[in-house]
Design a protein around this ligand. Structure first.
Ligand SMILES: *Cc1c(COP(=O)(O)O)cnc(C)c1O
Length: 347
């Protein structure tokens, strides 16, 4: 079998839940959209279910599959994408966001007594959500539905940047708009759990922190490790070129190794050198990433053998720092991994 795998540490996943719990007394909603940020939602849910109040996903298909694995509340973070989706919300007892007017059409015709409605406000991100001027009307309309509960939410645009003035402006506006309401409230994503305790309110919505993809300075641990076993080593002479389009030319004699992983596995496309670890030593890729292979320059290091692991990121690495090497962010590296990469879970 091809030895290209994502290892997932359930122990580190549990650790991260404990860290998050230690930072807040609010309920925790685990955001497990995009297959739990690429780590496999079934195993993640089984591991953390007892530590969280609810789960959140984006698509109805995600929610329906997830319903087989948990009885806890499941929130559709973008709400319905067409009105007929409310039939499935009824059938599967889902919670849902309403962020725009058309989602209210015919809402009173559905039986929502098993659903919590998440009323989403725009407080400055200007992405999804009702503006302040619409709050009163929409609030009255939503209250009149016989839903199980009505939660008021918004989303912070810059919670990973403690100095960014947008944060306090959004928190202030959220407080202003919701003043006098007795409803549960939710504003914080992972960044705000650590950077803005005054934004925790009743339910915090955590994604990347659970998976150890960011904010490691708070005691979170990386949950995943991506590695691929070397299948070939070739000696190359000075002046010879490597790979597609002859894009890289050896400036001295060297050894080039190949690992069976490429952009079809979710490695972001690159055509210049990227840093990669083998046996704890750092090397550089050469040439362009291929669909199924990556070439790495071992220079004159004779210690690396076929069968050694090329490590992209590991349990000791800060994925946020690593991602800069690939001109991307940890979120993308994790969620980009394709189904072809085998996932193996460690206790
Ligand atoms: C994805 C998402 C989150 C989780 O964000 P993290 O930065 O991964 O914690 C929270 N709330 C909403 C509305 C989201 O879409």
């Amino acid at each position: 079998m091809r030895q290209t795998e994502l290892l997932i540490s359930l122990k580190n996943l549990k650790n991260n839940l404990q860290i998050i719990k230690s930072k807040t007394s609010s309920d925790i909603q685990a955001v497990i959209k995009a297959n739990a940020y690429g780590l496999g939602y079934e195993e993640v849910v089984e591991c953390i279910e007892n530590d969280v109040e609810s789960f959140a996903v984006i698509t109805l298909n995600e929610a329906i599959s997830l319903r087989k694995h948990t009885k806890k509340p499941i929130t559709l973070l973008q709400g319905v994408h067409e009105i007929s989706d409310y039939d499935y919300i009824e059938k599967y007892n889902l919670d849902f966001v309403v962020h725009t007017h058309w989602q209210l059409e015919n809402l009173s015709k559905f039986h929502l007594n098993q659903s919590r409605i998440w009323f989403k406000l725009n407080t400055g991100m200007n992405r999804l959500g009702f503006d302040q001027k619409d709050f009163g009307d929409v609030y009255e309309k939503l209250k009149s539905l016989k839903a199980k509960d009505l939660i008021i939410m918004s989303h912070l645009a810059a919670s990973s940047e403690p100095e960014n003035k947008l944060n306090n402006a959004q928190i202030k506006l959220f407080n202003e708009i919701t003043a006098g309401t007795i409803n549960k409230k939710s504003l914080a994503n992972s960044g705000a759990i650590f950077n803005f305790p005054n934004a925790h309110f009743d339910i915090v919505r955590s994604g990347i922190a659970i998976y150890g993809g960011k904010y490691l300075e708070n005691g979170l641990k990386p949950v995943s490790k991506l590695r691929s076993k070397i299948i070939s080593i070739r000696k190359v002479k000075k002046g010879e070129c490597i790979g597609y389009d002859g894009a890289w030319i050896a400036d001295k004699d060297c050894r080039i190794c190949y690992a069976p992983i490429g952009y079809a596995d979710g490695i972001p496309y690159f055509s210049s050198c990227r840093k990669i670890n083998i046996n704890g030593k750092q090397f550089l890729t050469v040439g362009k990433v291929n669909m199924d292979l990556i070439a790495i320059n071992l220079e004159n290091d004779n210690s690396i053998k076929v069968g050694d692991w090329v490590e992209f990121w590991g349990f000791e690495d800060d994925l946020t720092k690593f991602s800069k090497n690939f001109d991307t962010i940890s979120y993308q590296l994790m969620t980009n991994l394709s189904g072809r990469v085998e996932k193996n879970y460690l206790e």
